[in-house]
Design a protein around this ligand. Structure first.
Ligand code: ADP
Ligand code: MG
Length: 245
């Protein structure tokens, strides 16, 4: 059903010691929606991503994934967490494994998929991110943009319900940014549910259903991209946009 909530955070609070890093976060991501999170450095964007995946504990609030509240720990949490793929700024590929082996690894180890089936699927995914011819190479033989596309294929290999991207192009040379954004645009068009922390405002404008602006651990604005970019309401957002646009 369109518009159904896939990821839902209600009243989420998190502290690092005395630092109240996430404050009363309410966020709903519908199935097939692309939500772009922007905001100044230190505003809690990465923490929010890790919290959605419960790589971080929270002090209060609830996080629901596809209607199921995330448990605090244990096997059930690991299983739910595997439903949400993450793509980081640093690609975190295994250097001593081929591209193909990197993409096959989690399905074989975690899901116990047969190697030949995982390899077939990995080749399909590498084709989808434009890297079919690079399967036997090692990460160091690829450009940064290609490595990040491998990381996306690897995340897709687990057939996640949703993908989280934390500044996926920030570590890339400028000429490699677009090849990664194009893969993400295509995923969005294919209906993948995505939460994307990025400073790429062109991507936000063209791919996002909503832009969430964070500052000091709070969500300050949560709006359609054209509304946000043409008429930001808060002084914090106006100030932020004046610096980056
Ligand atoms: P952003 O991704 O928006 O730059 P972060 O979520 O990385 O922000 O960080 C938000 C705040 O939490 C910052 O003040 C940061 O210094 C702090 N912080 C992040 N991770 C930790 C940690 N593991 N321990 C203590 N403080 C942290
Ligand atoms: Mg960050």
């Amino acid at each position: 059903m369109a518009g159904e909530a896939l990821i839902e955070l209600r009243g989420v609070n998190k502290y690092y010691g005395k630092l109240h890093v996430l404050q009363d976060i309410d966020l709903t991501v519908g199935r097939g929606e692309v939500v772009v999170i922007i905001g100044p450095s230190g505003s809690g964007k990465s923490t929010l991503c890790r919290t959605i995946n419960r790589l971080e504990t929270i002090e209060s609030g609830t996080i629901t994934l596809d209607g199921t509240p995330l448990p605090d720990e244990g096997r059930a949490l690991a299983e739910l967490r595997a439903e949400v793929g993450m793509v980081f700024q640093s690609f975190n590929l295994f250097a001593h494994k081929t591209v193909l082996a990197n993409v096959m690894l989690a399905p074989v180890k975690v899901r116990k998929v047969k190697k030949e089936d995982a390899a077939r699927r990995a080749r399909e995914l590498l084709d989808r991110v434009g890297l079919a011819s690079q399967a036997e190479k090692y990460p160091a033989q690829l450009s940064g943009g290609q490595q990040q596309r491998v990381a996306i294929a690897r995340a897709l290999a687990m057939d996640p319900l949703a993908l989280l991207f934390d500044e996926p192009t920030s570590a890339l040379d400028p000429e490699m940014i677009n090849e990664v954004l194009e893969v993400m645009q295509q995923l969005a068009r294919d209906g993948m549910t995505m939460v994307v922390v990025t400073h790429e405002m062109g991507f936000a404008r063209s791919a996002a259903n909503r832009v969430v602006f964070m500052a000091d651990g709070r969500i300050i604005e949560d709006r359609a991209p054209e509304d946000f970019f043409t008429a930001p309401r808060s002084d914090r957002a106006k100030d932020f946009l004046s610096k980056i646009l």
